[in-house]
Write a protein that binds this ligand. Structure first.
Ligand code: FE2
Ligand code: FE2
Length: 274
């Protein structure tokens, strides 16, 4: 199956500049890793009008650069190897594939790759934020809170699997703030959702388990698996189903007040784009 490359722009490169993967309809994790032979790299992958998400890859032992942001909640999805985080005054913890980590606005964060040659994290940030508040040290360290989702400092995939299992379909909000809602969705083989579209919001997903098929507009369907990222622009109809023998888990990232127009609702407006 070929990789469609809608709106591919620029070259791989620095944070803040478009990379070759920016807003591709699908970004395959294995392709992205193999396309960057260098030890350390970063590349912007999603720009949806409210977030700027970039991949940051570096080997274990790369020093941290503790800082904080006064104006937004920064968050990450870990996609390869292991990364140690210290957030605010919380004790450091290890994040690995499928972990979602949140540094609330004003919380210092110190991020250190600790295991593997290609510790890969996707940072979801805010384009114009202040990154100059550096060098802060925590006054003390306290254990992580064990609160239910959403908005845990660390939501690991293992935690969500122990909470819900894989016998039934489930969905739970793991992040909710004024800019984003992120739902983790588990579906059994063959299960899917109703075709729909969003009038004013690009939607994107990170696949954590299994394999899923996206049908977008009138395009040929395509499949994504563990570690892949899918991006669908506002105004395009889409539906998703779990394929293969294994159940699937995906993280769906939307605005907090996302509007759905369903194609099987005769009263709903039609999508403006194919
Ligand atoms: Fe940051
Ligand atoms: Fe959607």
């Amino acid at each position: 199956m070929t990789t469609p490359a809608r709106q591919a722009t620029g070259q791989p490169g620095q944070l803040g500049k478009p990379g070759i993967y920016t807003q591709r309809e699908i970004i395959r994790l294995d392709e992205m890793l193999s396309s960057h032979p260098q030890e350390r790299w970063s590349e912007k992958v999603v720009q949806d009008g409210r977030n700027r998400a970039a991949m940051i890859c570096s080997p274990a032992g790369t020093p941290g650069d503790p800082h904080m942001h006064p104006d937004f909640n920064e968050w990450w999805v870990i996609l390869n190897d292991e990364v140690e985080y210290a957030i605010g005054e919380y004790e450091p913890f290890t994040a690995k594939f499928g972990s979602i980590v949140i540094a609330p606005c004003g919380y210092r964060h110190d991020i250190r790759p600790i295991k593997g040659d290609r510790c890969l994290r996707m940072v979801v940030g805010f384009q114009h934020s202040n990154h100059d508040l550096k060098g802060l040290e925590p006054a003390r360290q306290v254990p992580l809170d064990d609160l239910a989702p959403p908005n845990r400092i660390h939501t690991s995939l293992d935690y969500m699997l122990s909470r819900h299992g894989t016998e039934e379909a489930w969905s739970e909000q793991v992040l909710f703030n004024q800019r984003n809602r992120a739902n983790m969705i588990h579906q059994l083989p063959g299960q899917g959702n109703r075709p729909h579209w969003h009038p004013d919001m690009d939607e994107w997903w990170v696949v954590f388990k299994g394999e899923l098929e996206w049908q977008v507009g009138k395009d040929a369907p395509f499949r994504a698996k563990r570690g892949d990222i899918v991006f669908v622009e506002a105004g395009r109809a889409h539906s998703i189903k779990t394929v293969g023998d294994e159940s699937s888990i995906r993280l769906a990232v939307t605005t907090p007040d996302v509007i759905h127009h369903f194609l099987d609702d005769p009263a709903a407006p039609r999508p403006p784009r194919d």
